[in-house]
Structure formats: structure tokens, C-alpha cells
Write a protein that binds this ligand. Structure first.
Ligand code: SF4
Length: 355
């Protein structure tokens, strides 16, 4: 390599401390505004230092309580304030949830995520969700829940039951946040994350792009996440799913390369975290998925509608994994001998998870 080419290598970010908590928005914007290839080179280089670049973790999401949520998140079809035609459902029975968890395990998922459309769990709900966590853990699966805001005591109760991850997204930058949600504050969200951390659970927290925010807001979101005292172990980056009836139903498309840039910047800022492709995947083609994996995405979400897919081998994700030489990330779990290890659901139905 000639010295002039070597000097032009975009490795300035790679030579600094990699796990940082002191990002400025200007630094993050500078990452975003690099030439695309330079940004992806940095992201992929860091990715390889922390992860096998050919493994992607697979989680399954089940909605344990759907709709009728009192919050006003402008992107969410589960808010009771918007007429989206969604049929509300009560909290599922524990045994029904465990049935779905067993199906998920039999199909190769290693983590089972349960989401409830609540502002926060009520005291009467806690025994049920605690029983779900215990049951999922007994199946040898990692467990994750998203139930809205948590008090410190509720976080403690879930941690004691063995909950591994708690999902609570920051959604967007503090500056843009008020355009999207008015019924809870950014501070409320940060407090829930603090409670979760204090009890020793892992954090899953990310946001949604394509809601009409500016690049500075995407930078601001990632700055907030990376500047937490400890990076979230899992960082979902959702692309807005425009649902008829929600205030964001007519939002303009985000440039797909800007989405990939967001993944790459998240990977650079939180190199040891799983960066997850979640909502919006059904509108991304194979090439977008492949670019996202190259940019550092190494986790995907499957929706619950997929649990009953009759022919997993025709699954689009499985086929793409095969073509790209990607393996599902395996976790050391006790599996019954008859359990197949690498089957997948059809991923077409993943939706925006509750926060
Ligand atoms: S994102 Fe969560 S909190 Fe917001 S309206 Fe939807 S279910 Fe409720």
C-alpha cells in the first residue's frame, strides 16, 4: 500500500478508546457525514474486534398484552388514542405464553421477548409477568420483557424472577422527543433504565428512525445511548412502520443509506453491544439486510405471528443467512435432544415493539 493511500485510511476513530461515554453530538454528526465507504469500513473493523462478523443473534417477540395503551407515542398502533383497527387483547395467560415460548425454542430461538402495551405494570399484573419470566427461564431460554416504565421495586421483582433483559427505548433525541410523545418524559425513560441497571438486569434500548427527525436527532439518540454509564447490551434500531390511523401515517421515506449509516454509527459508538434490526425489516430487501449486517447489525427480531409458520425452511431470513454465510448466534442452553437447532420463523410479521 502506498503511503498516500495508507494516510487516507479512515481509521482516526479506530485508534481512540473504543468504549466511550463522552460523545458530543458534533462528533457523532462527524461520523454520520463521512463518505459511506469510510463509515462502513470503520464499523466493520470495530465489529470484527468484538463479534464474529458471520453470526447474527435471533430473538422472538411475543405480544403478551396488545393495544389499549394510554400513552400517545405517535408511531404506535397500540395507543388507544389512534384509530388503527387494532383489536385490543388482555394479558395472556401464563400457560399460553409458555406454549409460545416452547414453540420458539423448538424453532431455534435463544431469547424470548415479551411485550405488553402498558404505561407501566400495575401491582395486579406483576405476579403474572413474574410467573412468565420464571417459566421461560425454566425452558432454558434467555428472557426479555418490555412493559413500559418500572419503579425500582418492580425492576427488583423482575430481576429476582430471573429476567435477563429489559427493553425500554429512548426512541429519539431529547430535542425531538416532544414531537413524538407527550405522556411521559425523556427523564422518565432514563429513570426506568437506571432502575433496570441498578438491579443488575441487562438493558435493551434503542430508538426509531424515519419519524421526521433530522440527522442531528439520530446523532442525539445515539449520543444518549452511548453516554449512559454502561452501554445497553442490546440496541434496537427500528425503521418507522407507518400505520394508518397514527399521526405518522404519511411520514416520508427515510433514505435507506441513512438507515445504514445509523446502524454503522451505532456499531462504532457501542462496539460491544448487539445492534438489532427490528421493526421495518419487512420493507427492507435482501440487499438492505446484507448492508445492515455489514454495517454491524448482529441481531434480528422475529414476531410472534411467525411461531406457527408451517414451513420454516422457506423462510426468507434463513435463506438469506445461507446465501451470506451467516450463522445464528448460539447460546449455551440445555436443549432437549429432539430439539432442532437451526430452524427459523418466517420474519415477515415483525412490528414496532412496545416500549
Ligand atoms: S410504544 Fe408502548 S407505550 Fe407507546 S403507545 Fe405503544 S405500547 Fe404504549
Amino acid at each position: 500500500m502506498s503511503s498516500s493511500i495508507a494516510a487516507a485510511r479512515p481509521d482516526s476513530v479506530l485508534s481512540r478508546d473504543e468504549i466511550r461515554h463522552d460523545w458530543t453530538v458534533e462528533e457523532v454528526e462527524a461520523l454520520f457525514s463521512q463518505p459511506f465507504n469510510d463509515l462502513l469500513f470503520q464499523a466493520q473493523t470495530l465489529h470484527r474486534r468484538y463479534f464474529d462478523p458471520n453470526q447474527v443473534q435471533v430473538s422472538t417477540l411475543l405480544s403478551i398484552k396488545t393495544g389499549a395503551c394510554p400513552e400517545d407515542c405517535a408511531y404506535c398502533p397500540q395507543s388507544t388514542r389512534y384509530d388503527t383497527g387494532l383489536e385490543a387483547e388482555k394479558l395472556m395467560e401464563v400457560e399460553k405464553v409458555l406454549e409460545q415460548a416452547r414453540a420458539a425454542r423448538a424453532s431455534g430461538a435463544t431469547r424470548f421477548c415479551m411485550g405488553a402495551a402498558w404505561r407501566c405494570p400495575k401491582p395486579r399484573d406483576m405476579p403474572h409477568v413474574v410467573a412468565m419470566v420464571r417459566g421461560v427461564k425454566e425452558l432454558g431460554l434467555e428472557s426479555c420483557m418490555t412493559l413500559g416504565m418500572l419503579t425500582r421495586d418492580q425492576a427488583e421483582e423482575l430481576a429476582d424472577a430471573g429476567l435477563d433483559y429489559y427493553n425500554h427505548n429512548l426512541d429519539t433525541s431529547p430535542e425531538f422527543y416532544g414531537d413524538i410523545i407527550t405522556t411521559r418524559t425523556y427523564r422518565d425513560r432514563l429513570e426506568t433504565l437506571e432502575h433496570v441497571r441498578e438491579t443488575g438486569m441487562k438493558i435493551c434500548s434503542g430508538g426509531i428512525v424515519g419519524m421526521g427527525e433530522q440527522q442531528r436527532d439520530r446523532a442525539g439518540l445515539l449520543q444518549q445511548l452511548a453516554n449512559l454509564p454502561q452501554h445497553p447490551e442490546s440496541v434496537p434500531i427500528n425503521m418507522l412502520v407507518r400505520v394508518q390511523g397514527t399521526p405518522l401515517q404519511d411520514e416520508e421515506d427515510l433514505d435507506p443509506f441513512e438507515f445504514i449509516r445509523t446502524i454503522a454509527v451505532a456499531r462504532i459508538m457501542m462496539p460491544a453491544s448487539h445492534v438489532r434490526l427490528s421493526a421495518g425489516r419487512e420493507e427492507m430487501n435482501e440487499q438492505m439486510h446484507a448492508l445492515a449486517y455489514f454495517a454491524g447489525a448482529n441481531s434480528i427480531f422475529y414476531g410472534e405471528k411467525l411461531l406457527t409458520t408451517p414451513n420454516p425452511r422457506s423462510n426468507a431470513d434463513m435463506a438469506l443467512f445461507d446465501r451470506l454465510g451467516i450463522q445464528p448466534e448460539q447460546r449455551e442452553v440445555e436443549r432437549p435432544p429432539e430439539t432442532p437447532s437451526a430452524q427459523f420463523y418466517n420474519a415477515a410479521a415483525a412490528g414496532t415493539p412496545a416500549t
